[in-house]
Write a protein that binds this ligand. Structure first.
Ligand SMILES: Nc1ncnc2c1ncn2[C@@H]1O[C@H](COP(=O)(O)OP(=O)(O)OP(=O)(O)O)[C@@H](O)[C@H]1O
Ligand SMILES: [Mg+2]
Length: 257
């Protein structure tokens, strides 16, 4: 695995043009290829905005975002994005939802059919390809959304609270599934979550976003917590002193805001 920074942000800021609200200020980050990074912080602090800037959906107002050396909107590096709501098309089956990005690129051949099936297998939905979103549970629908984001082999997977709407047990299971998927493919993951427990369990590094002046926007990355808990991580690791220490420090960093 390449240790050179794959995603870098230098002094990035973002201001919404419509009302001039500055949300992000002076954000600098370096993320290596293959890393699993989690971002936590209070509601409304700017996590989704940062994710959109990284994904090239919003253009930073100042500073520079480089994905494999290029601004995200121009990068050849494919990026997959999963939002909190699964955003599946209700009139298409799971299979056809996953196939959509290939279809949009005009890829409809046998190889693409195989690829859709591989993705269904990868997310544990081998037998559910013919189901419509309304026939899927919340966890299954999110797995379809993840499969759709992975179909074009992204080098970067951006996840915005992908399990936020799921019950606690399903959420834990999905976290383990996500680790399995991450380990099965060469992808860098940047995930926004509200759950400190989930962040510590999944990530190599947890970033805390907080306000610069300690009072509202704009926000920046106030702390970085490397998580050196060895992998593979079993569920029981949550009871370890190391895990609980990490959780405590991160909670303190968020509450210090
Ligand atoms: N289009 C917009 N114009 C102006 N301000 C906006 C716009 N969209 C979001 N904001 C503001 O930007 C701030 C950050 O929003 P963002 O969605 O990034 O927060 P968040 O950390 O993802 O919150 P949550 O955890 O609740 O999802 C909020 O205060 C919000 O009101
Ligand atoms: Mg958000």
């Amino acid at each position: 695995m390449n240790d050179a920074a794959f995603l870098t942000l230098s002094d990035v800021s973002y201001t919404f043009g419509d009302d001039g609200t500055q949300v992000l200020s002076a954000i600098s980050l370096a993320i290596r290829q293959g890393a699993f990074v989690a971002l936590v912080g209070a509601s409304g602090i700017g996590k989704s905005t940062l994710l959109r800037v990284i994904g090239g959906l919003l253009q930073s107002t100042s500073g520079e975002v480089l994905l494999d050396g290029k601004p995200p909107a121009q990068a050849k590096t494919p990026v997959g994005i999963v939002f909190q709501k699964d955003n599946l098309m209700p009139w298409r089956t799971a299979y056809d939802n996953i196939r959509l990005p290939l279809e949009l690129r005009g890829e409809n051949g046998r190889v693409s059919q195989q690829r859709v099936q591989e993705m269904l297998d990868l997310v544990g939905l081998s037998g559910s390809g013919n189901n419509y979103p309304a026939q899927l549970s919340g966890g299954m629908a999110q797995r379809v959304a993840i499969a759709r984001a992975l179909i074009h082999k992204p080098a970067l997977l951006l996840l915005d609270e992908p399990f936020g709407a799921l019950d606690a047990l399903t959420r834990e299971r999905m976290g383990r599934e996500l680790l399995r998927i991450w380990q099965a493919m060469p992808v860098t993951v940047f995930m926004v979550t509200h759950s400190i427990d989930e962040a510590v369990f999944l990530a190599d590094e947890v970033l805390v976003m907080g306000s610069i002046g300690g009072n509202g926007l704009p926000a920046t990355i106030t702390e970085h917590f490397p998580i050196s808990i060895p992998r593979p991580r079993q569920f029981s690791v949550r009871r370890s002193v190391e895990f609980q220490e990490c959780q405590r420090s991160i909670r303190k960093a968020i509450q210090a805001q």
